[in-house]
Write a protein that binds this ligand. Structure first.
Ligand code: NDP
Ligand code: OXD
Length: 309
């Protein structure tokens, strides 16, 4: 099979090496230079291709995304109508667990406040709450949200989760659908967003949902900027209702220098670095999907295009 690799950020050589170790017969070509005849390409392994780039391959059988979120790919109206598979990679999941746990602990132990105090050369100390007295609420209980919620619960935080359909997650009190959303928010001291970017989830972290959180809550968004109404979050922080936020993703990336998030000292801005797929751990999964495509078997983690994730 011929696979074209197209990504402005991922290293083609590590993916080539990892995939050829598992599939020595794979014809691995890096776009655009090594594409050759576009009609020979069966598969695309890709992240953030230029809009229209994948339409150039008339015999494409599947698109294998190098990321978990496929909103960028689906935004391309010319995306070929072939199965699109999301990335599921233990290293990506591990990275997300670490990122969210770090953010939760930073807010829980008041390191955000201590950092501000240091800048002001001020010595101050407040007793932190017990972990079990802080409730973390995870929106989205898919591959990443479930693993994150389980890790947070194992750490001792009271943990809630919210998803579209009902779920059971060890140590986590779960809520589902619109009917469960307000109850989920009502006791959530730290709101973690790990939802996919879809029509239904656009602007879900808005003035209305922020107002439902207990006073002094924190927001951690590691999913997409699409989920947050920026002005509403800034207003909630300015009023003191929300105590601060950790934001990894934004409507425009890189976050423009004039954006007010940069200047709000109660917001930590990180540059979409929460979690990455890694060839050494993700190649088993990608190789399995390549074998399945070659053998005409059902692929793993195919996106439901109507649902958007
Ligand atoms: P999954 O598709 O595995 O899970 C999505 C979850 O969201 C499911 O539990 C789903 O519910 C829930 N959901 C979807 N729509 C709704 C809705 N309308 N209301 C309530 N719940 C909903 O995704 P992943 O866990 O793999 O990834 C989540 C997101 O994380 C990605 O889409 C991506 O945007 C982001 N991401 C960010 C990274 C970063 O570095 N910042 C890295 C990787 C991913 P149900 O199961 O009931 O359908
Ligand atoms: C992803 C991402 O979806 O990096 O994998 O955002």
């Amino acid at each position: 099979m011929a696979l074209v690799f197209i990504s402005p950020v991922d290293d083609p050589d590590t993916w080539r090496e990892a995939l050829l170790a598992r599939l020595p017969d794979l014809d691995f070509r890096v776009g655009p230079d090594e594409v050759g005849d576009p009609a020979e390409i069966d598969l695309a392994l890709t992240w953030r291709p230029q809009p229209g780039a994948l339409a150039a391959f008339p015999n494409l059988k599947a698109i294998l995304a190098l990321g978990a979120g496929v909103d960028g790919l689906l935004a391309d109206a010319t995306l070929p109508d072939v199965p699109l598979c999301r990335m599921v990679d233990p290293a990506l999941t591990r990275g997300m667990i670490d990122y969210v746990l770090l953010a939760v602990l930073r807010h829980h132990r008041g390191f955000d406040l201590l950092e501000r105090q240091q800048r002001a050369r001020r010595w101050g100390f407040a007793m932190p709450r017990m972990v079990e007295d802080t409730t973390v609420g995870v929106m989205g209980l898919g591959v990443l949200g479930r693993a994150v919620a389980e890790a947070i619960a194992r750490h001792g935080f009271t943990t809630r989760g919210w998803s579209r359909t009902p779920k059971q997650v060890a140590g986590v009190t779960t809520f589902a659908g619109e009917a469960g959303f307000d109850d989920f928010l009502a006791a959530t001291d730290m709101l973690v967003c790990l939802l996919p970017a879809t029509r239904e989830t656009a602007g879900i972290v808005d003035a209305r949902s922020l107002a439902k959180l207990p006073k002094g809550a924190f927001v951690i968004n590691a999913a997409r900027g699409h989920h947050v109404v920026d002005e509403d979050l800034l207003a909630a922080i300015a009023s003191g209702h929300v105590a601060g936020a950790t934001l990894d993703v934004f409507h425009r990336e890189p976050l423009p220098p004039e954006h007010p998030f940069w200047a709000e000292e109660r917001i930590l801005v990180t540059p979409h670095c929460a979690a990455y797929s890694d060839a050494s751990s993700g190649a088993d999964y990608v190789a399995e999907n390549i074998r399945r495509a070659r053998d005409g078997r059902p692929l793993l983690n195919v996106v439901d295009r109507a649902r958007g994730y």
